[in-house]
Design a protein around this ligand. Structure first.
Ligand code: NOJ
Length: 715
C-alpha cells in the first residue's frame, strides 16, 4: 500500500466506517449510482440519497462529436449539492464528474500531442491548470488521464492517450495524476483523477472502437498495464473500466483485472466506475441475462459505481435481499466511494465559490502554458535544405497559406473538448499574418482551391498548406480503415507541387497518418496533432523561428495502413524482417516505418558520442555526450533503449527505458545520464509473474528508436 496515498489515511477510514454503519441498503446503493443531470433536476432522488454522483454531460460522446452538453457552472452544482448536504438524511455530498481531458477552457494539445512533448513536467502543469479551471466550475472529478497504449492508429481513441510506449505512458500517467490531484486532493483547485480505460482497450481487434481484445496476459501486463500501475502508485483516486471484452470476459465483469490485479496485487484503495452504460452492456455482450444479473456480476468483479445504466440503483437492493449478492460486496464498494469523497474534502467544503471561475479560467498564464505545450508537441518530420525557420533574409517572402484547416479555429482543439470555445482561438492563417515579421507577406487564400488560386500561386514563393483530419475523424467511435489523408487533400498537394511552388505542410491529426507521398512532395512537414487553443500562434512561432521544434513521435508512423499494427518494441521472430528473402515482411512494401518512434527534427543538429557503461553492484550507469552541432540553441530528447538478448521468452528488439531533455546552446555538450536496475529489466515470465533473468543486455543511447550509440552489459 502506498503510504503517502490520501486514500489510505486512518482518519478517513474511521469516518467511512461511522457513515457506513448508519446507512440503509438503499442509501448504500445510491452512492454507487451515477446519473446524468436532468431538467427538471432529480431533487427527490438526491434528497433520498439515491444518487452518489453526477456526470455533467448529456451524451456518452459529448465532446467527441457535436457537443450537446450545456456548460457546467458552480451555481448549478452548488444547488444540487445543497440538497444532498442539507436535505438528505446523512448529508453525504455529491461528486460531480466531467470529461476534462486535455484542458477545461484553456485547451492544450490532444493527449497524443502532449505525449509528443516527452515532457512530463509540462504535462503535469497542464493537468494542474485543467484542474484549477474545472474545479472553479464546480467539478471535482475528471475522467482522465486516458492511459490506453495503442499500437493501431486506425483506432480513433489513440488521440486521447499517450501513444504506443508503456515507459513514456507511465511517466505521463504519473504527471497527469499529480497535476490533477496535487499532493492534497481536498484543495479547492484539485480534481480526483480517473485512470481509464482499464485495461487493454487500445488493443481492440482491427482498430475498431469497442471491439474485443485478445492479447496474452503477458502482453497486457508488460505493455498495457504499466501506465495504470503508475497512476495507481501516484495515488489516482479512481479508475474507469473499459467497454471491451478482454479474452472473453468484458472488463466490467472482469474480476481478475478489477480485483486480483488492481486491488490485491497493486493495493488500489480508490473506486472503479464503469464506462457509460457498460453495466447494462454486459447483457449485450452476452454474459448476463438481464440488468439484475449484470449488476451482480459487475459489483462482484469490482465495479463500484455504475455510470448511468441505472442497473445498480434499480437492481442491487433486491439482489442483496434475495441472497444473490452479499452485502459485504456492496459495503466494500461504498467504502471505496466514501473514501474518495472524504479525501476530496467534499464533506468539509462541498460548495464551489462561484466568483472563482472569472479569476482563473483562460488567464494569460494559462494561455502561455498552452502555447508552450503546443510548441513542444509539434514534430518536425522533414526540413529539406533547412527551409525552416523562415528567415527574413531567405528566399521566401510572399507566402500563401491555405488548405482545409488554415482558417480552422475550434477544430484546433481536437477530440474531447467539452468546454473549449472557437472564439478563443486564432487560426493558423491569422496567426501567421498577425505575427509575420517584415519583409514577409502572408496571403491567406480560400480553403477551396479554384482556378484563381493557381493563378495567385504563380506569384508566391512558398505555400503553407494546413491539411489533416477534422477532430471528429479521431476520438471515440471514430476508427478508420484508411490512414491516408481524407479525400482530395493529396490531389491538392500534388497540384501545388506540380505548379512548382515549394510546400510547407502543417498536418493536424488525431493519429499518425500514412502520408508517405505527401512527405515526399513537401519541402518541410510539421506534424501538429490537434494543438489546442494556442495552436495557431504556436505554429506561427515555429515557422518564424521564435520557437524551435522539439516534439518527438510517441507513436510509429506507418508508410501504409496495411502495416498496422506497427510499433518499435516488437519481437524479433525467427526470420526477422528485412527487405528481401523469406523474412517477416510484405512483398509489396518496404519494411520499416515512415518515421520511427521517438523521431523528430530540430532547427539544429545533435551529435551523440562517448557512451559509457559503468556497473556498480546491481545498478548500471549509462551515459553519453550530446553536442549541439548547429547554430541554434535547442532541446534534445536523449533516449535510452534496451534489449534483453537471451531470455526464457522472446523479448522485444528494443524497449525504451529512459529519456531526458537537454537544453543545449550552439556548440555546447552535456551528458545524458541514465541508470538501470534489475527492476527496470523485469518482465512477465512464463508463469505470468514478474521475473528478472540475469544475462547480457544491449543498450542504445540516441535520438530515436532507430538510431543511437550501442553498448552491452551483463547483469
Ligand atoms: C464514454 C467514454 O468511453 C469515456 O472515456 C468517457 O469518460 C465517458 N463516456 C463519459 O463521458
Amino acid at each position: 500500500m502506498n503510504t503517502s496515498n490520501p486514500l489510505s489515511h486512518p482518519q478517513v477510514e474511521q469516518r467511512v466506517n461511522e457513515l457506513l454503519a448508519r446507512m440503509t441498503l438503499e442509501e448504500k446503493v445510491g452512492q454507487m449510482n451515477q446519473e446524468l443531470p436532468l431538467a427538471p433536476p432529480q431533487l427527490d432522488a438526491v434528497r433520498a440519497g439515491r444518487i452518489g454522483s453526477f456526470i455533467t454531460e448529456v451524451s456518452a460522446l459529448a465532446g467527441a462529436g457535436v457537443d450537446p452538453s450545456p456548460a457546467v457552472r458552480a451555481e448549478i452544482c452548488n444547488d444540487l449539492q445543497r440538497v444532498a448536504v442539507t436535505e438528505s438524511r446523512l448529508g453525504i455530498p455529491l461528486l460531480f464528474g466531467r470529461d476534462v481531458i486535455h484542458g477545461y477552457r484553456t485547451i492544450f494539445p490532444i493527449p497524443l500531442g502532449m505525449a509528443a512533448t516527452w515532457n512530463p513536467e509540462r504535462v503535469e502543469q497542464a493537468a494542474s491548470v485543467a484542474a484549477m479551471e474545472a474545479a472553479a466550475a464546480g467539478i471535482k472529478w475528471t475522467f482522465a488521464p486516458m492511459l490506453d497504449i495503442a499500437r493501431d492508429p486506425r483506432w480513433g481513441r489513440i488521440a486521447e492517450g499517450p501513444g504506443e510506449d508503456p515507459f513514456l505512458g507511465s511517466a505521463l500517467a504519473r504527471a497527469m495524476v499529480r497535476g490533477f490531484q496535487g499532493d492534497n486532493l481536498s484543495r479547492p483547485d484539485k480534481l480526483a483523477a480517473c485512470a481509464k480505460h482499464y485495461a487493454g482497450y487500445g488493443a481492440a481487434e482491427g482498430g475498431r472502437d469497442y471491439n474485443f481484445v485478445d492479447i496474452s496476459m503477458r502482453t497486457l501486463r508488460d505493455v498495457y498495464l504499466p501506465p495504470f500501475r503508475a497512476a495507481v502508485d501516484a495515488g489516482a483516486a479512481t479508475l474507469m473500466s473499459g467497454f471491451h471484452d478482454y479474452s472473453g470476459v468484458p472488463v466490467a465483469a472482469n474480476r481478475t483485472l478489477l480485483t486480483d490485479v488492481l486491488r490485491e496485487e497493486w493495493g488500489f484503495q480508490g473506486f472503479v466506475v464503469s464506462d457509460w452504460n457498460a453495466v447494462h452492456e454486459l447483457v449485450v455482450h452476452g454474459i448476463a441475462a438481464d440488468d439484475g444479473d449484470a449488476a451482480v456480476k459487475a459489483t462482484t468483479a469490482g465495479v463500484d459505481m455504475d455510470m448511468i445504466a441505472g442497473a445498480y440503483v434499480n437492481q442491487l437492493a433486491q439482489q442483496v435481499r434475495s441472497g444473490r449478492l452479499s452485502i459485504d460486496v456492496v459495503d466494500q464498494a461504498v467504502r471505496r466511494i466514501l473514501r474518495v469523497k472524504l479525501a476530496a474534502g467534499l464533506f468539509d467544503h462541498p460548495y464551489t465559490d462561484p466568483q472563482r471561475a472569472a479569476r482563473v479560467i483562460l488567464t494569460p498564464d494559462h494561455r502561455a502554458l498552452a502555447r508552450q505545450l503546443a510548441h513542444e508537441s509539434c514534430v518536425l518530420l522533414k526540413n529539406e535544405n533547412n527551409l525552416l525557420p523562415l528567415r527574413p533574409e531567405g528566399p521566401f517572402k510572399r507566402i500563401a497559406v491555405f488548405g482545409p484547416f488554415a482558417q480552422a479555429r475550434g477544430e484546433l482543439f481536437g477530440t474531447w473538448t467539452l468546454d473549449g470555445r472557437a472564439e478563443d482561438v486564432t487560426s493558423i492563417a491569422d496567426a501567421l499574418r498577425e505575427t509575420a515579421p517584415t519583409p514577409f507577406e502572408i496571403l491567406c487564400l480560400s480553403d477551396k482551391p479554384d482556378e484563381s488560386l493557381y493563378h495567385t500561386l504563380m506569384g508566391v514563393d512558398l505555400a503553407v498548406l494546413v491539411v489533416g483530419e477534422h477532430p471528429r475523424r479521431s476520438g471515440e467511435a471514430a476508427s478508420v480503415s484508411n490512414l491516408e489523408l481524407p479525400a482530395g487533400q493529396r490531389q491538392m498537394i500534388e497540384s501545388i507541387h506540380d505548379a512548382g511552388v515549394p510546400i510547407v505542410l502543417i498536418v493536424l491529426a488525431g493519429r499518425p497518418l500514412a502520408i508517405k507521398r505527401e512527405v515526399d512532395l513537401a519541402h518541410a512537414v510539421l506534424y501538429a496533432w490537434h494543438p489546442g487553443v494556442e495552436g495557431g500562434y504556436a505554429v506561427a512561432d515555429l515557422l518564424f523561428g521564435r520557437a524551435v521544434p522539439s516534439g518527438r513521435l510517441p507513436v510509429t508512423m506507418p508508410r501504409a495502413t496495411g502495416q498496422v499494427p506497427i510499433y518499435y518494441n516488437h519481437r524479433n521472430t525467427g526470420r526477422p524482417a528485412a527487405n528481401r528473402g523469406d523474412s517477416s515482411r510484405y512483398i509489396d512494401l518496404p519494411i520499416g516505418p515512415l518515421f520511427p518512434f521517438g523521431f523528430g527534427l530540430s532547427y539544429t543538429t545533435f551529435r551523440y558520442s562517448d557512451m559509457r557503461i559503468v556497473q556498480n553492484g546491481r545498478t548500471v550507469h549509462i551515459s553519453a555526450q550530446v553536442t549541439n552541432t548547429g547554430a541554434i540553441a535547442a532541446v534534445e530528447t536523449a533516449q535510452l533503449y534496451v534489449r534483453d538478448v537471451v531470455a526464457s521468452l522472446t523479448r522485444p528488439v528494443k524497449e525504451l527505458k529512459g529519456f531526458c531533455k537537454l537544453f543545449l546552446q550552439p556548440g555546447e555538450t552535456q551528458t545524458a545520464h541514465f541508470t538501470l536496475s534489475e527492476e527496470d529489466l523485469t518482465f512477465t515470465g512464463l508463469d505470468d509473474r514478474p521475473v528478472f533473468e540475469p544475462g547480457v543486455f544491449h543498450v542504445w543511447v540516441g535520438a530515436h528508436s532507430a538510431s543511437g550509440l550501442q553498448g552491452t552489459f551483463e547483469l
